[in-house]
Design a binder for this molecule. Structure first.
Ligand code: 4NP
Length: 166
């Protein structure tokens, strides 16, 4: 079983649309995992299927690129029940996402609970942003997209440090 401290072999990052926050988190996480020399499969998805098949939002692409993250080739997909079997850890960008993910997990009553992904808020390990949402930037301006990158870099680093310490 994946205990709280053990390094997962796979992580799924989840937001609402999978076009702003979670694709950004996917690439930031992937780069930090590589730098740390860890072997972790990283993917992202949305609780909605509203943007299924689409590339990330152009504003998210632009802000990510300015920080050295190329998310232009990522494609939006909706989270599915199978993800709870395929991933060790599923991280929600905000508390609404977390509630929606918990609702899916709650339907998987036939499964061995230990076979299902652990669910957590993306900021859970972060000493700076602990327990806070990564706010949805979709209706926001440039500042909102910069804030997303700042929070994601910080919280991704905190997860990796929590695993390296073990
Ligand atoms: P994301 O942002 O959840 O960070 O991808 C959003 C993208 C699209 C919408 C909302 C949030 N939308 O309402 O279409």
């Amino acid at each position: 079983m994946l205990t709280k401290a053990s390094t997962p072999s796979s992580v799924l990052l989840v937001c609402l649309g999978n076009i702003c926050r979670s694709p950004t988190a996917e690439e930031i996480f992937r780069q930090q995992v590589a730098i740390a020399g860890l072997k972790i499969k990283v993917d992202s998805a949305g609780t909605s299927g509203w943007h299924q098949g689409e590339r990330p939002d152009m504003r998210a692409q632009k802000h990510a690129k300015a920080h050295g993250y190329n998310i232009s080739k990522l494609t939006s997909r909706q989270v599915q029940a199978q993800d709870f079997y395929d991933f060790d850890l599923i991280l929600a960008m905000d508390s609404n996402n977390l509630d929606d993910l918990q609702a899916i997990k709650d339907t998987l009553t036939d499964a061995d609970p230990e076979a299902l992904a652990r669910l957590a808020l993306f900021s859970e390990e972060d000493p700076i942003y602990s327990g806070a949402d990564v706010p949805d930037p979709y209706q926001g301006g440039s500042d909102a997209f910069e804030d997303v990158i700042d929070r994601i870099e910080s919280s991704a680093q905190a997860w990796i440090e929590s695993w390296r310490a073990n």
